[in-house]
Design a protein around this ligand. Structure first.
Ligand code: UD1
Length: 405
């Protein structure tokens, strides 16, 4: 590695769940600059364009105070192979041009793996110099290789030089896979950094009023009508008629008891149209217990966080929402057979329902009958990004010192 004053860090985002994981790292770098701490950092933000709708991407930049990406690859949707290959081809040019010291990839989406592969094989000079590859959210495993995300996780971890782990299971999984412990750092969860940083701001969201979920009057008792929050987007759950219908039947009782607010991912909206499921999702007045689900478009970060904070129950197939509800102490039913985030189940807020209607019904009843204490998992304290930046800078300083001695 050539000797330079500043460390050049490149971070990659591509899809919705990446934005809240990178935002605190950008903020930690900004803070380091502001306070003039040792180790100047030049930071470059690359957006692959895997997600491109305003509601899936731009609105998160605004909500999370993220700067406009320095480089946008404009890749868009496609099959896994095409999307991954398009990102790789475009990202190779970017890497060769920018020559960062450290490449930071987050999570488990196609953009994560695509950029890690390119960086692992690139050569900036005749001696084979390439960036240090750092994976944020390393070590999570569902042990289900039918999930594209599991393939992305395993391969990204194998290619990474620095592995930043969010929960203890990650340490065990990486040890099982033979990853050297010298590369692994249990730093906590940058998605939770964002949640803690923006939870206050989320209270200012008008989404509860917009959806008519606030009670009028000054009487005592809760001022928010009880509602459940639903998200579904996994191909295994929404891409076949049978699987999707099974889930809808699983939550039918819940929808007669509570309003269900459903901010639907674009792929899910498309499936609803394809399968002619519109009758399950009528736009109903709140509180009429009609058995239909109130479908709305994807929400921005602050609106969604606001809805999550006050929900009676969350039903989801997302990975990140399992963690966010754990941190908030909100009961969560995960419509999957497995989770790569076991700490959320151990904490009690999350339960795995499976994908049968019976399993979902039972899980809903189980979660509604409990009350939870907020007890965040180890290191979910809002300081993960700070630790990551400190370790990145220390690694760079060690390497430059070695190169010049
Ligand atoms: C991706 C991630 C998944 C993550 C999810 C969060 C992979 C393999 N999957 O899945 O882990 O949980 O993001 O949302 O990387 N679409 C739009 N507008 C957009 C983006 C997507 O309309 O801005 C539609 C397109 O029809 C596209 C489909 O959604 O074909 C799927 O998008 P894609 O990025 O391939 O995967 P996700 O299902 O979003």
């Amino acid at each position: 590695m050539e000797h330079r004053q500043a460390i050049k860090i490149m971070s990659v985002v591509g899809a919705r769940p990446n934005f809240m994981k990178v935002a605190p790292i950008v903020a930690a770098i900004r803070e380091r600059k502001r306070t003039g701490r040792n180790g100047a950092i030049e930071h470059i933000l690359v957006h692959t364009g895997q997600h491109y709708d305003r509601s899936m991407s731009d609105s998160f930049f605004a909500d999370l105070d993220l700067p406009t990406p320095d480089i946008h690859l404009g890749v868009g949707s496609g099959s896994h192979a095409k999307q991954t290959a398009d990102i790789m081809t475009k990202f190779e040019d970017v890497l060769l041009q920018q020559r960062p010291d450290l490449l930071l990839v987050v999570g488990d989406v196609n953009s994560t793996l695509a950029c890690a592969i390119v960086a692992a094989k690139i050569s900036f000079d005749a001696s084979g110099t390439r960036p240090v590859i750092a994976h944020v959210e390393a070590g999570l495993r569902s042990f289900d290789r039918t999930m594209p995300e599991e393939i992305n996780r395993i391969l990204t971890d194998q290619l990474s030089d620095l592995l930043f782990v969010t929960e203890e299971s990650g340490l065990n999984n990486l040890a099982q896979e033979g990853v050297s412990s010298a590369k692994i750092h249990f730093v906590g969860n940058t998605m939770i950094d964002s949640l803690l940083a923006f939870k206050g701001k989320a209270d200012q969201s008008s989404i509860l009023d917009v959806l008519g979920l606030r009670k009028n009057g000054n009487g005592c008792g809760p001022r928010i009508k009880p509602y459940a929050l639903l998200t579904l987007h996994r191909p295994a759950n929404v891409d076949t008629r049978e699987a999707f219908l099974e889930i809808l039947e699983g939550i039918a009782d819940l929808s007669r008891e509570y309003d269900i607010v459903f901010p639907a991912h674009p792929r899910t909206q498309k499936r609803i149209r394809d399968f002619g499921f519109e009758q399950y999702f009528e736009a109903t007045e709140p509180g009429n217990g009609s058995g239909t689900i109130r479908m709305i478009g994807p929400l921005g970060y602050l609106d969604f966080l606001c809805l999550m904070k006050s929900a009676r129950l969350v039903v989801t197939d997302s990975g990140g929402i399992q963690e966010e509800t754990t941190c908030l102490g909100i009961p969560c039913v995960t419509v999957r057979e497995n989770t790569e985030r076991p700490v959320t189940v151990e904490s009690g807020t999350n339960t795995l329902a499976g994908i049968s209607k019976q399993g979902i019904r039972e899980a809903v009843t189980r979660q509604l009958s409990k009350t939870f204490m907020k007890k965040p998992p180890q290191n979910w304290d809002g300081r993960a990004a700070e630790r990551i930046v400190d370790i990145a800078v220390a690694t760079f300083e060690r390497e430059t010192a070695c190169a010049s001695c």
